[in-house]
Design a protein around this ligand. Sequence first.
Ligand code: NAP
Length: 217
Amino acid sequence: MTDVKGLSIAILGGTGDQGKGLARRFALAGHPVFIGSRSAQRAQEAAETIGAGATGDENAAVAARADLVIVAVPYDGHKALLESLRGELAGKIVVDCVNPLGFDKQGAYALPVEEGSAAQQAAAVLPDSRVVAAFHHVSAVVLMDPAVDKVDLDVLVLGDDREATETVQALAAVIPGVRGVYGGRLRNAHQVEAFTANLISVNRRYKAHAGLRITDI
Ligand SMILES: NC(=O)c1ccc[n+]([C@@H]2O[C@H](COP(=O)([O-])OP(=O)(O)OC[C@H]3O[C@@H](n4cnc5c(N)ncnc54)[C@H](OP(=O)(O)O)[C@@H]3O)[C@@H](O)[C@H]2O)c1
C-alpha cells in the first residue's frame, strides 16, 4: 500500500461536522491537519475542539500549505469555492466528498449535476488538480464519537489517476477499521454520491449510522 506517513491534509469547510470528523481521525493517526474555513477565527476554534495538533486558517491558506486537500463544504458553495482556489489547488490531490442532495417530506434525494457529479464538477473547475472522490458514506457522528475505536466501513475511492486513488485508499486505511476500496473512474461518482440518499433512508428507518462493506475482496 502507498506510504502516506506524514502527509499533510487540509480540509476546506473543516468547521462542519464532516470536516471535523475526518480531521479528528487523521490528526489522531499522526497527520498534520489544517482546518479551513471562510473565517480564520472559526477555523482556529474548530481546530481547538479537535486537538491532536490540528490548526486552523482561511481556506486559501490551508489549501496552499497542505499536500492533499479534502473538500467538505455543502454542494451549494462547492463550485464557487473551488473556482476561487484554482491556483492554490494546482498540482495537488483534491478529495471530494460532497453529496449533492435535496431533502423534502419524503427524505433525501440526489440532485442533478450538470457535470454528472460533484466530483466531476470539481475536476472540470480544477483542470490542474488530481481530483479523487471518496468519503461520501462516512458518518460524521461516528467519526467524532470517542467511544468508536474502529469504524466499520469501506470507503469507495474513485478517480482517473491511479497514483492519486491509491494514495487516498491508503489515507482511508489510517482510520482504524476502514478499508479504502477502488470504486472506478470519476465518471461513476454520481451513483456513489447519490447512494448517500439511500443510506440516509436506512439511517432514519433503523435509527443507525449505516456504512458500506464490499464483499469478496
Ligand atoms: N455530515 C456528514 O455525515 C457527511 C458525510 C459524508 C459526506 N458529507 C458531505 O460533506 C460536506 C460537508 O458536510 P457537513 O455536514 O460538514 O456540512 P456543513 O456543516 O453544512 O458545512 C461545512 C462547512 O462548509 C462551510 N460552508 C458552508 N456554506 C459554504 C459556502 N456557500 N461556501 C463555502 N463554504 C461554505 C462552512 O464553514 P465556514 O462557515 O467556517 O466557512 C461549514 O461549516 C457536504 O457536501 C456533505 O454532502 C457529509
